[in-house]
Structure formats: C-alpha cells, structure tokens
Design a protein around this ligand. Structure first.
Ligand SMILES: CC/C=C\C/C=C\C/C=C\C/C=C\C/C=C\C/C=C\CCC(=O)SCCNC(=O)CCNC(=O)[C@H](O)C(C)(C)COP(=O)(O)OP(=O)(O)OC[C@H]1O[C@@H](n2cnc3c(N)ncnc32)[C@H](O)[C@@H]1OP(=O)(O)O
Ligand SMILES: CCCCCCCCCCCCCCCCCC(=O)OC[C@@H](O)COP(=O)(O)O
Length: 366
C-alpha cells in the first residue's frame, strides 16, 4: 500500500472529510434559509442562488468520488445525443441497484453542468436529513410519501412548479421505488407473475404511476427521457465507506435519449411502455454480464476541476477555523472545557461513523 493510499484509509482523514462536509453543509443550509425573503422579491434570482449554494454541498460528494477515490465513470451513448446532454431539461430513469448509484448520477450531472439544479423524486423521509435533505427543500426537490392517494396531487403540483425553472435540470426517477435486494426482487417478481408481466432478472418491477405523472406534468418543459442503466466492473458493489477509504471503482453508464413525444399520454399505455423499457434495460444488464460492456460507442465526458476547487476551499477555511478553536481551547487551560469538547467530538465522530456505514439511509424511520 502506497503512502497516499495509507493516508486515505486513515480514520482521521475520513473524520476530517466528514467534519468539512457537515459543517460546510450546515453553513450552506443557513445561507439558503437567508434567501427566503428573496423568493418574495425575485423567485428566479433566489432559485439561481440556491442552485449555486446546493452545488457547494453536492459537489463535495462528487469530488470525493472523482478525486479522492479516483473512481472512473464511462458513458456509453449515441454521439448524436451527446451535444444535447446538459443543454435541455430531461427525465432520467435509472436502475436503483447500488449504494452509490445516486452519486454516480451526480457525477454525470457535474460533468454536464447541471449538478446544482438536478432534481429527483425522493421519499419524504429524506427531506428531514440535515444538510442534504434541508438543501433539497430549497432546490424544490419533489418528495413523495409513496401513498398514491396523497402523492397524485402533491407530486403533480411540485412538478408543475418546475415548469418555469430558470436553469436546465435532470429529473431523476428511480421507477423501482426502492433499492434492489434479493428479498425485494422475489416479492416483486411474484407481483409481476400475478399481473402476467414477464419476469426481470436485474430489476424490480417498475412502479408506473410516478413515471406517468412526471411525464404528463413535464411535457413541453422536458425534451426527453434519458434511459440510464448503471453497472460496475468486476461485479463490485461499491459503498460510500469504500469511497471514503479511497477505494477506486469503475462505473459504466449506458444512456439512451428518448424524445418525450414518443411516450404515450394515456396512463395504461404509458405504464405498458415503461414495463417494456425495463425489459430492455434487463437485456442490457444481461449483455453487460455476458460481455463486460454495454452496447454502443463510448463518449466519456472529462471530469471538471470545479468540484475539487470548491472542496479545497471549504477544507482550508474550516480546518483553519478548527485550528483557531483548538488553540484557544488549549490556551484557556480549563480542564472542564477541554474534557467537554473531547466528549462532544467523540459523540460527533461516532454519529458520523454510524451515518456513513448505514449511508443508504434506507433504514431511517418511515
Ligand atoms: C447523460 C447522463 C444521464 C444520466 C445521469 C444519471 C442520473 C443523474 C440525474 C439526476 C440526479 C439527481 C439527484 C440524485 C440524488 C439523490 C437521489 C437519492 C435518493 C432518492 C431515492 C428515493 O427516495 S427512491 C423512493 C422514492 N421514489 C419512488 O418511489 C419513485 C417510484 N415510485 C412511484 O412512482 C410510485 O408509483 C409512487 C411513489 C408515485 C406512488 O407509490 P404507491 O406505492 O402509492 O403506488 P404504486 O403504484 O407504486 O403501488 C401500487 C401498485 O404497485 C403494485 N405493487 C405492489 N407491490 C409491488 C411490488 N413489490 N413491486 C411492484 N409493484 C407492486 C400494486 O399491485 C399496484 O399496482 P396497480 O397496477 O394497481 O397500479
Ligand atoms: C465529501 C463526502 C462526505 C460524505 C460524508 C457524509 C455522509 C453523509 C451521507 C449523506 C448521503 C445522503 C444521500 C441521500 C440519498 C440516499 C439514497 C436513499 O436513501 O435512497 C432511498 C431508496 O433506496 C428507498 O429506500 P427504501 O425506504 O425503499 O428502502
């Protein structure tokens, strides 16, 4: 193990990364809160400012993936569609199979310049998570309770609000509705059987209502659906903790651009269309398993320096402030203050470890 790799695997390095992420995140959340009065005066300006503030948080995780772990991301796509990526609004349909699939999605957002404005249909519980969830509130992320009777109205309303969004965005939809596990797959395939639908090997049966409501409400605002299928080389199952440890992975993403006009308006037809799409996605995953690659040419976008620059800025600022605080603490000479500070730091470190090791947040109470 080289010296750099040894440094990356040290608990202290990881603790510093988490400290910078959490403290800068809370500062950004506070700044976002300060933009509230601006919404009354100029909504579009408030949105643009929040896009940049949100970028300060999400790009730190992207920097950890791209620069700290050195994970490589390869894009398989049609070169004719490539110039449109980042230059139009789009609905992204992605398989939900890995702990860091959202982070790989964010990396592609960063490379095409839509990271700050990217959106997702997320479960409501995530909106309560400090830093990320609070940031999402100001970025007008669409939350669902996964109770259709309530979601059909609230989700449609939140999507309508995005129609005049001032910057291009990608709206991510995990149609499977939850992350794939063998148990969930088994239940899902029983549902497929009972509905007379073909079984899927690599995906859960897609939930069709969220897709239909998104397509209907973003018609005319979004130009296309980006059907995206993600996998990792060497059968790896990457984790956030692995990224923090500096472990390098290799992600492959296959993207097909489908113009929105091609998607049926009728709910039942739209649902049938989505089921067919997932059968195709399944065949792409089978192709990947057999050959180690997706079909089509590779046109990989390079990583950009901005995520790293933002990260270094926050690291310098917050480590300097931490240094000042520690110096003052030691020079205060009060044993009680020092012990209380140590107890606080140890509790914070313990909490951070728990969040990162259980980082899928899947087990947070519903
Ligand atoms: C060039 C590069 C391209 C791309 C780059 C890639 C990506 C980058 C893009 C953007 C990045 C942006 C942000 C990313 C950051 C972070 C994301 C992180 C986290 C978010 C993750 C989540 O929160 S996932 C959970 C929330 N989302 C969803 O649930 C979406 C899918 N769900 C739906 O659509 C649902 O329909 C619903 C939520 C709208 C409503 O749910 P409800 O349960 O009330 O209704 P359903 O229709 O789903 O259920 C009833 C029907 O379902 C059948 N059923 C029952 N059991 C099952 C089962 N186990 N499996 C399947 N189906 C089942 C039941 O029979 C009912 O059927 P009907 O026929 O009667 O409808
Ligand atoms: C710079 C890097 C520092 C990182 C250290 C800080 C770690 C903080 C981690 C915060 C990560 C927040 C990401 C939110 C996305 C989580 C994805 C997720 O939770 O998906 C839920 C779905 O699956 C559905 O779950 P189910 O309820 O169906 O099961």
């Amino acid at each position: 193990m080289g010296l750099v790799q040894l440094l990356k695997s040290q608990f202290l390095s990881q603790l510093i990364i988490c400290y910078v992420f959490l403290v800068s995140g809370l500062i950004v959340n506070l700044l976002q809160l300060c933009t509230l009065p601006l919404w009354l005066v100029s909504k579009q300006l408030a949105r643009r400012i929040n896009i940049r503030l949100g970028y300060c948080i999400s790009s730190q995780m992207v920097a950890a993936l791209e620069w700290w772990s050195g994970t490589e991301c390869t894009l398989y796509t049609d070169p004719k569609s490539y110039p449109l990526y980042g230059n139009e609004n789009a609905i992204v349909v992605l398989n939900h199979s890995f702990e860091i699939d959202f982070l790989c999605g964010w990396t592609f957002c960063e490379r095409f310049g839509v990271l700050g404005s990217s959106k997702v249909l997320a479960k409501k519980e995530l909106s309560y998570v400090p830093v990320i969830g609070w940031m999402w509130y100001f970025l007008e992320i669409v939350f669902c309770k996964r109770k259709w009777e309530e979601d059909r109205r609230t989700v449609a309303q939140s999507l309508q609000n995005l129609r005049d969004y001032p910057e291009n965005y990608w709206f991510l939809l995990y149609c499977e509705g939850t992350r794939l596990t063998p148990k969930k797959h088994q239940i899902s395939m029983q549902v497929a059987e009972s509905k007379g639908l073909p079984k899927l090997k690599y995906h859960l049966l897609p939930r069709t209502k969220g897709f239909w409501v998104t397509v209907q409400n973003l018609r005319g605002a979004a130009a296309a659906v980006y059907d995206s299928t993600l996998n990792f080389r060497n059968n790896e199952m990457p984790t956030l903790l692995g990224i923090l440890n500096g472990k390098k992975y290799h992600a492959d993403l296959y993207v097909r651009r489908i113009p929105l006009e091609l998607i049926p308006e009728d709910e039942a037809e739209c649902a049938a269309w989505l089921h067919k799409l997932y059968q195709e996605k399944d065949s792409f995953q089978e192709h990947y398993t057999q050959t180690g690659r997706f079909p089509g040419p590779i046109v990989s976008p390079p990583r950009r320096p901005w995520a790293l620059i933002n990260w270094l800025f926050w690291c310098c600022l917050l480590l300097y402030l931490l240094g000042l605080l520690l110096t003052q603490l030691i020079s205060s000479g009060s044993m009680l203050t020092i012990l209380a500070s140590l107890a606080f730091c140890s509790t914070a470190a313990d909490l951070t470890t728990q969040i990162v090791t259980g980082s899928s947040l899947d087990d947070w109470p519903d």
